[in-house]
Design a protein around this ligand. Structure first.
Ligand code: FES
Length: 281
């Protein structure tokens, strides 16, 4: 839902609307919410309540909220939740967004009663917040340099399969518009990533075994058009499908294949959460 725009005032996911259907329609994006460079009350409220964090969902949230406020200037919490239900946010936990929308119409930029202390839990106006609410922030996909090479990723067509490659050097040598093939062998350091370091176990490219349908095993580097035209069936990879574990129960059976060397019993982590007297602490 981050791509939500207004089509003649109605919120729509831009990614689901064929361009031919909007001929003659009035389209409003997040860039259209400010008035001559002056942020709308809704945008100001987003800044004030800390409703824009990374900013990725923010255009969709703002646009969907502006449609709601046009009809219902003082919405209830439930109305806000329903109006924004199609836009997912991974950062805020939603309550700041809901708070911002509920208070937007009367928002005057002054501190509000949150019931929270002035320190812990108090909203902070982000230094980089304006660009997140007016649509000018630049994200990775917004600026692609000219004359770059492109990659096309080769992915597993099976949920669980061993694989091996044919002659990759020959494959590249025979194709003038392809510069290289990257595999796990090209990853410097540890071939793995993940948000929380001790849990990181996802390889950048699988090594010998693919663990899910769509897992990357290699990438072809080269000219964009050549990559677009390339038929992945011509890539020299040979698959041996294995019986996949499709449920948790499958994965923890004593005879289940181990998915990762270091994950005994296919368990990511074991542990306890302890709690005591927080006030005494
Ligand atoms: Fe990051 Fe919503 S602010 S996804």
């Amino acid at each position: 839902g981050a791509c939500t725009v207004l089509v003649d005032g109605a919120p729509c996911c831009a990614c689901l609307v064929p361009i031919g259907q909007i001929e003659g329609a009035k389209i409003t994006t997040v860039e259209g919410l400010a008035d001559d460079g002056r942020l709308s009350r809704l945008q100001e409220a987003f800044l004030h309540y800390g409703a824009a964090q990374c900013g990725i969902c923010t255009p969709g949230m703002l646009v969907a909220a502006s449609a709601l406020l046009a009809e219902t200037p003082h919405p209830t919490k439930l109305q806000v939740e329903q109006a924004l239900g199609g836009v997912l946010c991974r950062c805020t936990g939603y309550s700041k967004i809901v708070e911002a929308v509920m208070n937007a119409t009367d928002f005057n930029g002054l501190p509000h009663e949150t019931g929270r202390s002035d320190n812990v839990g108090a909203p902070i106006r982000r230094l980089d917040g304006v660009a997140k609410v007016d649509g000018t922030d630049i994200f990775g996909a917004d600026s692609i340099p000219e004359d770059v090479v492109w990659v096309r990723v080769i992915r597993s067509p099976f949920p669980f399969a061993d694989f091996s490659f044919g002659d990759l050097d020959k494959f590249v040598a025979e194709r003038p518009h392809i510069d290289a093939v990257l595999t796990a062998a090209d990853i410097p350091g540890k071939n793995c990533f993940g948000v929380i370091p001790p849990f990181a176990d996802q390889p950048i490219f699988a090594e010998g075994t693919a663990r899910f349908d769509g897992e990357a095993v290699a990438a072809i580097v080269g000219d964009k058009e050549a990559l677009r035209a390339f038929d992945v069936k011509d890539f020299p990879v040979f698959w041996s499908p294995r019986s996949a574990m499709m449920t948790v129960a499958d994965a923890v059976r004593p005879d289940a294949d181990r998915l990762h060397e270091t994950r005994d019993g296919n368990i990511l982590v074991r542990g306890l959460v302890e709690r005591g007297d927080a006030d005494a602490g």
